[in-house]
Write a protein that binds this ligand. Structure first.
Ligand code: UDP
Length: 469
């Protein structure tokens, strides 16, 4: 027997249609669709779309005009020397229409110069002018990547694909970005001219600091601190592997403040040199890499890594121990993990305000918990020195110092808004939050750090300078 059709359960299409047509909600909707309010709404939508198109045309045309003196001679030279100027690839456009994505051919001939300057993708600006693409929008997918029978893929195709995608931007800034489709759907829902302009502006530093060299140094020496040149993904893989390690490993995240401290604290400097892996935290270290001509691939800081790590731990046995911060804070972080990543296990926790007499008991608690990954949040350099001293007794495969991480995820200290993090300017927010404590670290410290890096470059170029010392 067929189940009864109920109005409340909206079991059948027919009932839903009837209910929609005659219910008060349905009547309101029809009024909206045919009334002046609906017309105003549609007009606003149209204006929004027009605004996006105007923004696209202005941005694309002005960039092409600025770069024309460079691009045109190369294109002419390629043509004259018989090399192809453009490469074309099929991509899925708005509403699933296939178009040809243009790229300057940088495989051979004069076009190689454009490749070296990472300008080959700029040919897509012509796609923008033609209306195939927008400056900002979901990535232009290959036809085989997108199954348009799925509603999510169709919804994603409601807007033009973009040269800069919000997902790419979040990925560059190492923000917990979820799947590409999630980010794209969120973008389609919220798309606006102002939002697009914001993304385009925020993408600029990401492009300028973007993937530069093809051969990355394995390790970059920043003022005596050996920074391992890993990406966020590689760092995660290293931690997960380390969790199972027999010989306990130590990992540190260093920012400009840590490098400054290591200059005047030999014990801390030695501890960082003895660490298994030291990772680059923040834009300052990346700028130092640029100045030293040893490009650092990504900003890999503990706070951004934490949610990605929890996600990976959801289907693994390895568990976390949270050591540090004020009493009650680690408990809130555990609640946060349980709420957001239900499968990830926090096997134990302890605050960071214990005296030397309690230390053996705390170490035993960590050992007994069976946690394979230990996060220590005492602030640097104390956390790193503490791990170095006790790492053989902790039972964890890997231990890392994470500074103020617990304060952020417990909600005790709010994190900078996403747009500031995308610009790698979280430090400005921290300065604004605690100016009396942070001015020395950021305003003075960053200047001192840069001066030290410049000085080390000068000494390297001119050994006479160091001989005078
Ligand atoms: N902390 C601690 N024990 C102490 C001193 C500090 O657990 O004896 C904690 C403090 O509550 C804070 C963290 O260490 O959660 C230091 O955060 P901060 O942002 O200063 O770390 P940094 O970024 O300097 O490494």
């Amino acid at each position: 027997m067929k189940p009864p059709v109920t109005v409340q359960g909206y079991r059948s299409q027919r009932v839903r249609a009837e209910y929609g047509r005659f219910s008060p909600g349905g009547i309101l909707w029809r009024r909206f669709r045919h009334g002046w309010l609906g017309a105003a709404w549609r007009f606003a939508l149209l204006l929004g779309r027009l605004g996006t198109r105007i923004l696209d045309l202005v941005l694309a045309a002005s960039t092409l005009l600025v770069l024309a003196p460079l691009i045109l001679p190369i294109a002419v030279l390629s043509r004259v020397s018989g090399h192809p100027v453009l490469a074309r690839e099929p991509r899925v456009g708005r509403w699933g229409v296939i178009f040809e994505l243009l790229e300057f051919d940088s495989t051979d001939g004069p076009g190689q110069l454009l490749g070296r300057l990472h300008l080959q993708h700029l040919a897509a600006l012509w796609n923008v002018i033609r209306g195939d693409m927008s400056v900002v929008g979901p990535r232009a997918c290959r036809p085989e990547e997108l199954d348009l029978r799925q509603w999510a893929a169709r919804k994603r195709s409601n807007v033009r694909p973009g040269m800069v995608s919000p997902w790419w931007l979040r990925q560059r800034a190492n923000i917990d970005f979820g799947s590409e489709l999630d980010v794209d759907l969120e973008y389609v829902d919220r798309q606006s001219v102002r939002g697009d302009l914001g993304i385009a502006v925020r993408a600029l530093p990401a492009i300028l600091y973007g993937s530069g060299s093809a051969t990355w140094p394995y390790q970059v020496d920043v003022l005596g601190v050996p920074i391992r040149n890993l990406t966020m993904e590689e760092a995660l893989a290293y931690i997960l592997l380390g969790a199972e390690s027999e010989a306990p490993r130590q990992l540190s995240f260093v920012n400009t403040d840590c490098v400054n401290k290591a200059q005047s604290d030999p014990a801390y400097a030695a501890c960082l040199r003895a660490c298994d892996v030291v990772l680059a935290d923040g834009i300052g270290i990346r700028i130092a890499g640029k100045l030293l001509r040893q490009e650092i691939r990504q900003n890999v800081n503990g706070t951004d890594l934490f949610p990605l790590l929890c996600r990976r731990l959801q289907d693994r046995d390895a568990g976390l121990f949270l050591l540090g911060a004020r009493p009650g804070v680690a408990e809130l972080v555990r609640d946060w993990v349980e709420r957001n990543y239900p499968g990830a296990k926090v096997k134990g926790l302890h605050h960071g305000y214990f005296g030397p007499e309690e230390q053996p008991a705390v170490i035993e608690e960590i050992r007994q918990s069976g946690a394979q990954i230990l996060l220590v949040a005492f602030g640097s350099p104390r956390q790193d020195l503490w791990i170095a001293e006790h790492r053989g007794k902790l039972g964890a495969g890997i231990a890392m110092g994470v500074g103020g991480l617990f304060d952020f995820y417990s909600g005790r200290i709010p994190r900078a808004p996403q747009w500031l993090r995308e610009l790698s300017l979280e430090w400005i927010y921290r300065l604004w939050q605690e100016p009396s404590r942070m001015w020395k670290r950021y305003l003075l410290g960053n200047l001192v750090f840069l001066a030290r890096v410049m000085w080390s470059i000068l000494r390297r170029r001119n050994p006479a300078v160091s001989a005078e010392q």
